[in-house]
Design a protein around this ligand. Structure first.
Ligand code: DGL
Length: 253
């Protein structure tokens, strides 16, 4: 699986929650984070290079632990890799439609994802009368990447981006960027107990488990590879996963 940085760890946790006897290679493209401020063409290019690299490891599947990459592939085409390539948008949209009562659904994502309208289309394909409020929150990914997820700044930034959802009386909000479940505490605080918060990674975890449970159980080893600074990544990842993480640097350019 891969992401631009620490965000995909939320998907990794969901996959490992559903099935632990599986080996994982996690690639973090921190040399290019944040993806959300780049063009979808650029993001698709990075992602295709990472997928080609991961395919050398002969995986049973690849999970795209990055909403922005899913938006890019939705617009520019999905690579055909011969093994399942799991995305977040369909599972996130389905979970949101199952959860909502009123049909007023919020989506908070990167600018690139919000602008692409990918979640809006997927939600309306599941429920035609849904009213979707979609916003880009570019401040949040750098907060997580800096390791500031537990700070007052994080709380204030999340509160600001939740204002449109409160005004639109959304009863369900999708975290359409995988970095954002690291900030769930603040989303809960800002949105209140009546609003369902959807982390699409949880449904991806269940989908992955269905595929992986057919295979021989493995040791459960996780290899972390990082295109930027492996030490900085490992430090934050160790805190977020509550486990010792070692990461190797890997330049794909
Ligand atoms: N975590 C990724 C996503 O789900 C990328 C965020 C970014 O690098 O801007 O969109």
């Amino acid at each position: 699986m891969f992401d631009s940085g620490l965000g995909g760890l939320t998907v990794l946790s969901a996959v490992r929650w559903s099935i632990d006897a599986t080996d994982v290679v996690y690639f973090a493209d921190t040399a290019h984070v944040p993806y959300g401020d780049r063009t979808l063409e650029e993001v698709s290019g990075f992602a295709r290079r990472i997928i080609a690299y991961l395919m050398e490891r002969e995986p049973a599947m690849i999970a795209i632990a990055c909403g922005t990459t899913c938006s890019a592939f939705d617009k520019l085409g999905w690579p055909d890799i011969g093994v399942p390539l799991l995305g977040l948008v369909g599972p996130g949209a389905r979970s949101a439609v199952e959860a909502t009562r009123s049909g007023a659904i919020g989506v908070v994502a990167t600018n690139a994802t919000a602008k692409s309208g990918v979640f809006d289309r997927a939600i309306r394909a599941e429920r035609a009368d849904a009213v979707v409020t979609s916003i880009g929150a570019p401040a949040l990914v750098p907060i997580v990447e800096r390791g500031d997820w537990a700070t007052d700044d994080a709380s204030a930034a999340v509160a600001t981006c939740c204002e449109p959802f409160v005004r639109a009386s959304c009863d369900t909000v999708v975290l359409g960027c995988t970095h954002f479940p690291h900030l769930t505490k603040w989303f809960r605080e800002a949105l209140g107990p009546g609003v369902r918060i959807i982390d699409p990674g949880e449904a991806v975890g269940r989908d992955a488990a269905k595929i992986l449970s057919e295979l021989e159980p493995q040791s459960g080893a996780i290899d972390f590879e990082v295109s930027g600074d492996p030490v900085a990544f490992a430090k934050s990842a160790s805190i977020l996963l509550r486990a010792e993480v070692n990461a190797k640097g890997r330049d794909l350019s």
